[in-house]
Design a protein around this ligand. Structure first.
Ligand code: C5P
Length: 321
């Protein structure tokens, strides 16, 4: 607990992590699997919350695969992806308030379900269920953001699970930092393309998007350019991606249990018995640094953060939504 208290009130530094998490970060830096250009990208921690907000808005424009680029153009994807862009209109609504519900174990016993469901739109992640957890996490799901493992690994039952029906689906997988899309198509981290094609054929009316890898890496650039240390050269976590995605779609966003509340625990997810501090502090993902940025943009009160684990963010360009 002492460790963590320092984390959320001090500057973002890997030095607060346990030796094993420090080692993992180091190994990811030397592996640099996605061939991120690491030189000279580090920045200071001096930007204010509003300055950070502006930087995210201008440098990380929401983009999904639209089939206009190769190899997707040649595969006819422009007729295959949803016709309407990923925007509130595609979901038949105008989103004034949105909730982003992290999957952290710390949301258990929060009794936040009713509050979460009162938002116009609710974003959840991966295989996070609502059934049986309604009191703490609510039961409304508007968007589900999924990583490519959900679509590729049998254990997730992507095709048959109720979790992925009747919602807008948004999937992501990291391409090389160079954004060579042909290389990505041939060799994604996990094969999301096969499932995507089948799903679009079977359920053409369900909005289902794949985030453009440029979006992921521009988010990464913003995190690195505001952090004095070298961050892990891996894409941001789903939590950060989903948070910034909702800032693009909503006037106001409440993010739950990303920056941990007083309930913080090493229980990885509220829905399974796995204990691992890396889920909250990061190993593969630059999670620690992401959370510092989100906390810097928080427009809510300290009490909301401590008691509810709730961060309040203004959406981008709320005027024209
Ligand atoms: O584990 P999973 O990626 O499905 O969880 C969704 C997101 O919730 C993560 O990407 C991370 O940003 C956030 N999370 C967290 N602390 C945890 C578990 C998840 O911040 N203990």
């Amino acid at each position: 607990r002492g460790l963590v208290q320092r984390q959320w009130h001090g500057s973002a530094s890997y030095s607060i992590l346990s030796p094993s998490l420090q080692l993992e970060r180091k190994n990811y830096l030397s592996a640099n699997k996605h061939r991120v250009a690491l030189q000279a990208r580090r920045g200071g921690g001096s930007k204010s919350g509003p300055e950070l907000h502006c930087q995210l808005q201008s440098e990380a424009r929401l983009g999904t695969l639209d089939g206009s680029q190769q190899p997707f153009a040649g595969l006819g994807w422009s007729h295959f992806v949803p016709r309407r862009p990923l925007a509130p209109a595609a979901m038949g609504s105008d989103f004034k308030t949105c909730a982003v519900v992290m999957s952290a174990g710390a949301i258990l016993n929060s009794s936040l379900g009713e509050e979460i469901d009162s938002h116009d739109a609710v974003l959840r992640f991966n295989a996070a269920p609502t059934k049986g957890y309604e009191r703490d996490v609510g039961n409304k799901t508007t968007i589900r953001l999924i990583n490519s493992q959900i679509m590729a690994l049998r254990k997730h039952h992507f095709n048959s699970s109720y979790l992925y029906r009747n919602v807008t689906l948004v999937a992501w997988d990291p391409a090389p930092y160079s954004l060579n899309l042909s290389e990505w198509y041939e060799n994604p981290d996990f094969d999301l393309f096969t499932s995507y094609v089948r799903w679009r054929q079977d359920r053409p009316d369900q909005p289902f998007y794949i985030l453009h890898p440029a979006y992921l890496w521009r988010l990464w650039d913003v995190i690195q350019s505001n952090t004095q240390e070298n961050i892990q050269p891996n894409p941001p976590s789903s939590g950060f991606i989903g948070t910034v995605l909702m800032m693009a779609l909503c006037r106001q966003v409440h993010v739950y249990e990303y920056v941990p509340s007083a309930r913080q625990t090493d229980l990885c997810h509220y829905y399974e018995e796995i204990h691992d501090e890396a889920c909250t502090l990061g190993a593969y993902h630059p999670l620690l640094y992401e959370k510092q940025l989100v906390q810097r943009m928080n427009a809510g009160t300290c009490d909301d953060l401590r008691v509810k684990g709730r961060v309040t963010l203004q959406g981008f360009g709320s005027d024209d939504l």
